[in-house]
Design a protein around this ligand. Structure first.
Ligand SMILES: O=c1ccn([C@H]2C[C@H](O)[C@@H](CO)O2)c(=O)[nH]1
Ligand SMILES: [Zn+2]
Length: 148
């Protein structure tokens, strides 16, 4: 997948909207323990933006990542299999953070392996784009259970 251009299906304008929302979503974060805010924007094929942020917990393990917050919002508002792309942005200025393993698997449930995942640095001046297939090769998904 080309990494210096907007992902397939997105205009420059869409890409700007995606970036602005992934960055803005960080403002929704509840992260008093790590103080590391992460924002996520799922853009649907109709170009609707669904935002999520990491929500931590005093019992650390009960915290949830930005990606899964956005996924749960999307699915429970009727957007399970109509995603155009997913983007994240973390509080790290230099680094383009990437989704953790659990989030990669959670994305896998509701998207095709071609889904572009855009990883922005903190101010959106840098980004890396990888397909879900690239981030989660040889994955296990809903179809594997249907063979049973
Ligand atoms: O891709 C990532 C990586 C980390 N976090 C969150 C989890 C935790 O709240 C904080 C520090 O790991 O960042 C995310 O939301 N998404
Ligand atoms: Zn995660």
């Amino acid at each position: 997948m080309q990494t210096n251009l907007p992902p397939p299906g997105l205009t420059e304008c869409d890409f700007q909207l995606l970036k602005d929302n992934a960055i803005k979503a960080r403002e929704l974060s509840y992260s008093p323990y790590s103080t590391f805010r992460v924002g996520c924007c799922i853009m649907t094929k109709a170009k609707a933006c669904i935002l999520g942020a990491n929500v931590e917990n005093a019992s650390y393990g009960a915290g949830i990542c930005a990606e899964r917050t956005a996924i749960v919002k999307a699915v429970t508002s009727g957007h399970a299999n109509d995603w155009l792309c997913l983007a994240i942005s973390g509080d790290a200025l230099e680094t383009c953070i990437s989704p953790c393993g659990i989030c990669r698997q959670a994305i896998r449930e509701f998207a095709s392996l071609e889904l572009p995942i855009v990883m922005f640095n903190g101010d959106g001046s840098k980004f890396i784009i990888k397909s879900l297939q690239e981030l989660l090769p040889l994955s296990f998904g809903p179809d594997d259970l249907r063979e049973n």
